[in-house]
Design a protein around this ligand. Structure first.
Ligand SMILES: Cc1ncc(COP(=O)(O)O)c(C=O)c1O
Length: 395
């Protein structure tokens, strides 16, 4: 009998030019149909080991333990805080966007004394401000930064801040939810002790896994805690036992999601890291050229723009929601609204993973050329697509 109250799922397909999730690669969907078997079976363990090795390649690390936690991006960041921090620890966190504030709140909830180095939204943080703050404190447990601030479209340079953290014997912790797999994340070279991401952005997998890399120094800190982490589930020392060579049971591994990320990582490595990063850069540059040709303003710091997210000011008098709804209904395109202090002021356009294509950005520009004049903002029709095509042709 057909159930009237709970009909079959009926969700439209979309071109996901939002801040995530992004479009899932067909090979990833196919991998998810692989039979579910036990997480401890000999036939499954090569999946775990393969994911760990591929993550090490994408994180560019030979020294850190790499694993994928059953959690979204937030869970990855929180696992770091819950495993590294103890009440009363002093931490220094850069604040230049919504996800920086989330990281600080997670540290606060571990009972840490959180020192904020305040920057400006849509600008990168000056390492000198971190240096000045670090000088004021005797003992800092960790310095935390967001690599790619999805709320503002800004990429934060990390190497200098990592050096400062090391100078003060502090661990260096990074949220790479939006950058990983779409731009360089060089864990060993940059001296990152704990870094985590999400499966749903540049890896083009469904949400639900947080890939991460944990340095030996970070593992030592976890092993030398006065008390165990207050979170059993997010205790990375326990999770490391499953990802290590003995594969000790901790929780039931999300088998199908792990198949997904296994295939997602294979696709990343097949394309090659450098080629993938360049594709993201090239498409983002073409999108920006097109948007600017339509008279729209990109609000992020020119020198530190993310390829993954382009933040555009909503023109005066144009209804934020109406434009996004029309994009979804008439063109099947999803873009994202602004967050926090940018809510109602900007749109955030994502070009990540599979969704970062010339076809997608040209379609979006053409859709905006149709919608914006109808919503009260005149644009030189055709100019956006032309400028983007020119940028693509010359790159
Ligand atoms: C930079 C950054 N950090 C953390 C998160 C949180 O990830 P999730 O929503 O998967 O929990 C996001 C999500 O967009 C993000 O962009």
């Amino acid at each position: 009998m057909v159930h009237q109250k709970y009909p079959e799922l009926d969700v439209p397909a979309r071109i996901l030019l939002s801040t995530g999730p992004t479009n899932v690669h067909p090979r990833v969907y196919k991998a998810m149909q692989t039979p579910v078997i036990g997480y401890g079976e000999a036939a499954f363990l090569p999946v775990i080991d393969g994911i760990s090795s591929m993550l090490a390649e994408v994180f560019q690390t030979k020294e850190s333990l790499t694993m994928a936690l059953s959690a979204t991006g937030s869970g990855g960041v929180e696992a770091g805080m819950a495993s590294l921090l103890e009440p009363g620890d002093t931490v220094v966190i850069g604040s230049y966007g919504f996800f920086c504030e989330r990281m600080a709140e997670m540290a606060r909830r571990q009972g840490a004394n959180v020192i904020i180095v305040k920057g400006e939204w849509a600008r990168s943080l000056d390492p000198q401000a971190v240096a000045d703050e670090l000088k004021k404190h005797k003992s800092v447990k960790l310095v935390g930064m967001v690599h790619a601030e999805t709320s503002t479209g800004v990429s934060q340079p990390l190497e200098e801040i990592s050096r400062l953290a090391k100078e003060h014997d502090a661990l260096f912790v990074v949220d790479a939810v939006t950058s990983f797999g779409g731009s360089e994340v060089a864990v060993d070279r940059w001296g990152v002790d704990y870094i985590s991401s999400g499966s749903q952005k540049c890896l083009s997998c469904p949400p639900g896994l947080a890939p991460m890399a944990v340095s030996q120094a970070a593992l030592d800190v976890m092993g030398n805690r006065k008390q165990s982490s207050p979170s059993w589930y997010l205790d990375l020392l326990l999770i490391a036992n499953y990802w290590g060579k003995d594969h000790v049971y901790h929780h039931t591994a999300p088998i199908s999601s792990l198949y997904a990320i296994y295939e997602g990582l294979r696709i990343v490595l097949e394309e090659g890291l450098e080629a993938r990063f360049q594709r993201h850069q090239r498409n983002a540059a073409a999108l920006r050229a097109g948007l600017e040709a339509l008279g729209l303003t990109i609000i992020s710091d020119k020198d530190h723009r993310l390829a993954q997210i382009t933040p555009v000011a909503i023109p005066e008098g144009v209804d934020d929601g109406k434009v996004r709804t029309r994009l979804a209904n008439d063109f099947k395109i999803e873009i994202s609204r602004g967050l926090g202090q940018f809510a109602g002021k900007i749109w955030r356009i994502g070009l990540m993973g599979e969704a970062s294509t010339a076809g997608n950005l040209l379609l979006l520009l053409s859709a905006l050329e149709e919608i914006l004049p109808q919503e009260g903002y005149e644009v030189p029709v055709g100019a956006g697509v032309a400028a983007a095509s020119k940028a693509l042709a010359s790159s």
